[in-house]
Design a protein around this ligand. Structure first.
Ligand code: BG6
Length: 512
């Protein structure tokens, strides 16, 4: 919601931990390159990769160069832009849990400050599994690399920030202890908990749609809304991430973060301003009121699934349990669908449906708000029999846009009514390509704007919600996995589950 051009942060050294990982190759390096290409990356910014794999600076540069050629959203690569950036790319080999690598890193950064004018500014980007996060923080601290205050106090533009990639912890307990540890070493304003969904253009547009237009607010409440639904559906399976996913599951991987973030944006009260804490205060209030599902309620209101073997888009795909890195007897869920409520004044009694899954019928992320039916007085029994209620759908991806379903008269002498769709497609309304989420978010870190990052209480409340379900699942392992075929909309919800709201099921086949 904030103008990109506003930022002119000071140059810094960005250190990526987990530099040889997938995220660096697919997202971070291309994002930095595209920022440089758009002249938004502060000139002279230095990138240091830190990882266990032995590698020279040159080899690291080559690796990033290849990743950028492969994954950049803009093609072809502008050689002069990349070469200028590459001249400031370095690699530091080191273990995550041994002090030596961090001492080398610290000395090199101090040397770079002198030679390359980075002025003590640092962004430490932790793109690593949760178990190594605390060792990294301790070692950075022991090497003196978190001692920002001493160097920076006199210079107000000087900064040191730490980015934490998701998953942030593994459950409520681990997230709380991670937060406590972070709190000992850093100030909250230095902490950036990443949820890349918040950097997506269409996600930022949710706030604009709601608060820059006057027509929605009047109907955005339980008096008018029948239900709210957030769906994150993927056709993809594990894509080489089976080892990670098998100890995570979809509830932790997607629902606890991306889905709940989307829900808070759609249901929060108007914030007092667009300042980070004003927005986050409102999101936190939603999470506080989100009804916890625990014990027996989980059996009634939460469906979990795991895909079996089958075909998707005409291609034979393995069952989840046959994916590389996955335990052949795994009980990890690849689908979750649930119904809950937000127990506050605005949303009392409105069912909230949340759904996330892998290998589903379609890859789509969307938020839908279905409005109540009109009384069947005028067009009731005869003319309106086939009509569905109004529904507003925000398509986060793909086919980004917003559509509204409403009723219309079919042209002709009779009085036949039919649903039609009014559609705003992002792509044709705004032909300029949108920046990738990571571009916006990296720039926000350098600019010190944390509005699009999760605050400590937000993350813990989201874990509180997820943990109730996880605990109930632990007590009662699923008897029937795998229970859905690839290319479907997940396990068929039990009758009891969505009984009173059959319109839940699949998001897309439900045409106007
Ligand atoms: C990640 C999850 O956070 O988001 C992945 O770990 C998921 O499992 C991905 O595939 C989806 O992101 P996007 O931007 O492709 O929708």
């Amino acid at each position: 919601m904030v103008e990109l051009a506003r930022y002119r942060p000071e140059r810094c050294i960005i250190v990526i931990f987990g530099a040889s990982g997938d995220l660096t190759q697919r997202k971070l390096a291309p994002a930095l390159y595209n920022l440089a290409r758009e002249d938004l990356l502060p000139e002279g910014t230095v990138l240091v990769g830190y990882g266990r794999t032995p590698m020279t600076d040159e080899a690291f540069r080559n690796r990033l160069g290849e990743s950028i050629s492969r994954f950049s959203r803009t093609q072809p690569i502008e050689t002069d832009v990349w070469e200028t950036l590459a001249g400031r790319v370095f690699y530091q080999q080191g273990a995550y849990d041994e002090a030596e690598g961090y001492r080398h890193l610290h000395r090199r950064m101090e040397d770079m400050d002198g030679r390359l004018g980075t002025g003590g500014n640092r962004v430490f980007y932790l793109s690593v599994p949760p178990v190594v996060v605390v060792p990294i923080l301790h070692n950075l601290s022991a090497a003196g690399s978190l001692a920002r205050r001493r160097q920076c106090d006199e210079d107000s533009t000087c900064y040191l920030r730490v980015v934490f990639e998701k998953p942030f912890g593994h459950d409520l307990g681990s997230a709380r202890s991670l937060n406590a540890e972070i709190d000992r070493l850093l100030e909250e304003s230095q902490v950036f908990r990443m949820d890349h969904y918040l950097g997506k253009e269409t996600v930022q547009n949710i706030g604009v749609l709601r608060f820059a237009n006057s027509i929605f607010e009047h109907v955005w409440k339980s008096e008018s809304v029948r239900w709210v639904r957030v769906t994150v559906a993927e056709t993809l399976g594990m894509e080489g991430r089976g080892g990670y996913f098998d100890s995570t599951g979809i509830l932790r991987d997607i629902l606890q973060n991306h889905v709940l973030q989307l829900l808070t944006l759609v249901t929060m009260e108007p914030p007092a301003s667009l300042e980070a804490d004003a927005v986050r205060d409102e999101k936190v209030k939603v999470l506080r009121c989100l009804r916890r599902l625990e014990g027996h309620e989980v059996r009634r209101s939460v469906a979990r699934g795991q895909y079996g073997r089958g075909t998707i888009n005409g291609q034979q795909v393995p069952a989840y349990r046959e994916e590389e890195g996955v335990d052949p007897h795994s009980d990890t869920e690849t689908f979750v669908g649930l119904r809950t409520y937000i127990d506050n004044w605005r949303w009392a009694g409105v069912p909230i449906y949340l759904c996330a899954g892998k290998r589903l019928a379609e890859g789509l992320v969307e938020v839908s708000v279905e409005f109540k039916e009109v009384p069947g007085i005028l067009f009731g029994a005869v003319h309106g029999r086939q009509l569905k209620p109004n529904r507003l759908t925000v398509r986060i991806q793909p086919n980004e846009g917003v559509s509204l379903r409403f009723a219309s008269k079919v042209p002709g002498l009779g009085l036949e009514l039919r649903n039609v769709e009014m559609d705003f497609p992002y792509g044709s309304a705004f032909p300029a390509a949108s920046p990738e989420a990571y571009e916006r978010l990296l720039l926000d870190v350098m600019g010190g704007n944390s509005a699009l990052f999760a605050r400590r209480d937000e993350v813990e409340l989201a874990w509180e919600f997820a943990s109730g379900i996880l605990e109930a699942w632990q007590k009662e392992p699923p008897p029937d996995f795998p229970n859905y075929a690839p290319g479907t909309w997940g396990p068929i919800p039990s009758e009891q589950f969505f009984a009173e709201h059959t319109s839940y099921a699949a998001p897309s086949p439900d045409s106007p």
